[in-house]
Design a binder for this molecule. Sequence first.
Ligand code: GAR
Length: 206
Amino acid sequence: MIKLGVLISGSGTNLQAIIDAIADNRLDASIELVVSSRPDAYGIKRARDVGIPTIALSKEVYREPLAADRLIVQEMKQAGPGRHGVDYVVMAGYMRMVRQPLLEAFPNRIINIHPALLPAFIGAHGIADAFAYGVKITGVTVHFANENYDRGPIIAQRTMEIAEEDNLESLEQRIHDLEHVLYPEVLQLFAEGRVVLSPDRKVQIR
Ligand code: GAR
């Protein structure tokens, strides 16, 4: 069983997929804390509905990004049963960069999901950028967060063809559906201790 802290900024459908996977015994984990970078994020309600402690940070807090990260570290380290802190920090639609305080507090323990095949289409609009570019294949990436935005070691990827009849809306839906399957599966690999990061930054699943 691994203890997770989840970072969100928006609707929280990936958070919901993780909550559901835990409830269905597909994921041997617990969510000890959800931190939102936006007080109006719908994901906060999803967490509260199932009794997960939440913290919402305002824009003002992020005026000092390092101080915001220090605050998140403090909360993540004090979360959970016995207050021993979380094992992994899971970014689920978190639209802020994680910086040195978080990266140092959770080395190779911060995981992100991105709605495109990294290293293509980094940034906040991966699905729309891939669609606008006209690629025929896109997908979803789960990777370790590090000091290079969207450039950390890749843990898992799933591909999907963009059909001629796809529009942005249908593509978004299909990417989200894929994310909701892949993210819990990858987190379960962590729960089973099967994810190994080598010194050459390649990730192996044992
Ligand atoms: C997801 O598609 C996630 O991959 C993306 O934001 C969405 C959040 O949806 N993240 C990024 O683009 C990070 N660069 P959700 O709040 O419903 O989980």
